[in-house]
Write a protein that binds this ligand. Sequence first.
Ligand SMILES: [Zn+2]
Length: 145
Amino acid sequence: MGQCQTCFHFSADPLCEICRDQKRNQGLLCVVADSRDLLALERTREYRGFYHVLGGLISPMDGIGPEVLQISSLVQRVDHDDISEVILALTPSVEGDTTSLYLARLLKPFTKVTRIAYGLPVGSELEYADEVTLTRALEGRRAME
Ligand SMILES: [Zn+2]
């Protein structure tokens, strides 16, 4: 299975089904760590924007720096496309927080950056959250300081 060339979600085609969907809100971009998190958010049927899959989280302990993740492609998208809001939907963990702060600093010159609110214990995985929890997390998102 390949990857979508725009959002890096898994896809057999160069552009995934989500990126081809013209009915979605063009101004909304949700950043997730991996495709499983994207699928969890899709299950809520609450979010109707586009996605960007990072391919992991920044983790200096594991030698994962920003350069191995899809971060420069994200900045390019936000810079070129007319994005009114970037929603960071990353796991509430040390790595998730580090990555969110890093991305907020990079993206704030271009657009509004929000982070989803969690009713989840720290460290719990987004992909295992139920639809109601994720919907609330999306609705309760806040601007990053
Ligand atoms: Zn895509």
